[in-house]
Design a protein around this ligand. Sequence first.
Ligand code: SF4
Length: 433
Amino acid sequence: MALQPCTEIPTAKTSPSAPVQALPVLKERGQREVFCGLTGIVWLHRKMQDAFFLVVGSRTCAHLIQSAAGVMIFAEPRFGTAILGERDLAGLADANDELERVVKELLDRRPDIGTLFLVGSCPSEVIKLDLAKAAEKLNHRYFPKTRVLNYSGSGIETTFTQGEDACLGSMVPVLPAKETEEPALLVVGSLADVVEDQFKRLFDKLGIGPVAFFPPRRASDLPSVGKGTKLLLAQPFLSETVRMLMKRGAELMPSPYPFGIEGTTAWLKTAAEAWGVEGEKFDEAIAPSVARATLGLERYKKLLQGRKAFLFPDSQLEIPLARFLSRECGMELIEVGTPYIDRMLMDAEIDLLPPGTALSEGQDVEKQLDRCRAARPDITVCGLGLANPLEAEGLSTKWSIELVFSPLHGYDQAADLAELFVRSSERRRRLSV
Ligand code: SF4
């Protein structure tokens, strides 16, 4: 276990105004309690309504998706698993031929599929099944009716939300080239449709545009990218996607993420400054939303004020959430764990954390549990695997997966976000006699 300064990795300068505060980061490597990237399918298939996600994996992978998606599996969802059988794994069957057969069956049965993602898993990687080649071959056969892409959601390579990063990354090379160099805003990271609409209205009011969202609602409506594309990230876990977009000429606008009132204002302001929107016009445009959100948040703030929070690593949303909990809800941060810190995407958030915040990157779960038990936080944000055992030890927990599945970005969701952290301790209080 070693404490290291979090400024040790030199990165592109991301925050022109303020120097990044040198918070120490505890870097740990050990046993981890996290999802693999396959879980991203659960929210990505809801977002892109003409896409189908075919996992090429084992029964374990099918079980994982089924449990994460819950009742959704009964609604003829747009995801499934091509299960590698023993004959595939032993090399007795040609896995490529099998895959082609499965894809043909699928596309015959579901002609509405516009984009098919072949999603790699641990088993497909271990037997070195070349899904990129398979996708290319299938594309020759089915494009333009259906586009076939591939990415890996395996636990060897990806953690939870990195599955979205890998998926969006696989789409970047097929985005059309931008025709002019005029500025255009590209919001990157999947947002619930209702949140996307709220942001669209605000950008319209501010005169910022044209605006496109990536991923789009239909995978076939791909936004263009090139010189003049300005990237505003809605999610902090898109390291690869952003770098690939930058290679295609786009420019990153580093910003805090749109969680809570402060985060949303800073996020919108970043775009407003790039479009030269005047301060007065900006304040006027956001005022009604800010007033509504402040009122909504007030009640939860009272319940969270002065309470202690401990965040286990899970989704890479931990740092922006910790910033929201501390600055807008008055909570004390015991430890903020995150699976991975990408300085280029996180400096603007780290700058807003209270001085001395204990940051940790990676995980050695037993050691982290010891620290958590010793601190006895009022709320522990963690994955499902740790939540019930910690509840049994008398700690209130918040399942971090809900933070990814629920619409929580933007002004109108600020109170809902705070409420998620209040809910479990309130329940514990009501149930205690
Ligand atoms: S991809 Fe790997 S970690 Fe994920 S469910 Fe399949 S076997 Fe498990």
